[in-house]
Design a protein around this ligand. Structure first.
Ligand code: COA
Length: 159
């Protein structure tokens, strides 16, 4: 049986230790994990696509089965190009469920061979989000322990 390639898509603006937690969990389940940073987010990102890709690449350096890539357009089309069949998403709380449910069903409608797999991050990260990290940092709070070191450095440079 062919081993499935898993894609963990997101805007990662910036990546947090919660994202990293999900990536590590995915490496325990799948032989190859692609972290795919999207450029078509309507979120008006703080960091450029290449900055976000670089931050994740630094954070996952010690995991040889993880690669980091960027994509635009539909996720399912990107996955077809990469011969990937599993979408990894994190579920932090019930509040994530509805949004994730909608996306998973839409992706299934677009390509019925693609499955979504939901992983729960460590409970220490259930309240974490990229926007909260940026807000706390911009108001002078410490984000140490919430983001990888490379991200903390980038936040300091951008601030
Ligand atoms: N730890 C910490 N934060 C987490 C997290 C975790 N484990 N899981 C999610 N989050 C946070 C993120 O930090 C982010 O916070 P923010 O809103 O403050 O920025 C939020 O949850 C969700 O972000 P993310 O996981 O990056 O996903 P997204 O909603 O930005 O991106 C895509 C969703 C990229 C998967 C989706 O838009 C997509 O597939 N786009 C491609 C186009 C497409 O195919 N569209 C049709 C989809 S059906």
């Amino acid at each position: 049986m062919r081993q499935p390639v898993a894609v963990y898509p997101g805007s990662f603006d910036p990546p947090t230790n919660g994202h990293l937690d999900i990536i590590v969990r995915a490496t325990h389940l799948f032989p190859k994990v692609i972290v795919a940073v999207t450029d078509n987010s309507n979120k008006n990102p703080t960091f450029t696509l290449q900055e976000r890709k670089k931050m994740i690449a630094e954070a996952v350096r010690r995991y040889p089965t993880v690669t980091v890539d960027t994509f635009s357009g539909l996720l399912v089309d990107y996955m077809t190009r990469k011969k990937a069949s599993v979408i990894i998403r994190g579920l932090r709380a019930i509040s994530d469920f509805e949004y994730e449910f909608e996306m998973a069903l839409m992706n299934r409608r677009l390509n019925k061979r693609i499955e979504a797999v939901f992983l729960m991050p460590d409970e220490a990260y259930t309240y974490l989000s990229s926007s909260l990290v940026k807000e706390v940092f911009s108001l002078g709070g410490s984000v140490s322990g919430l983001v990888p070191e490379s991200v903390e450095k980038s936040l300091k440079r951008s601030g």
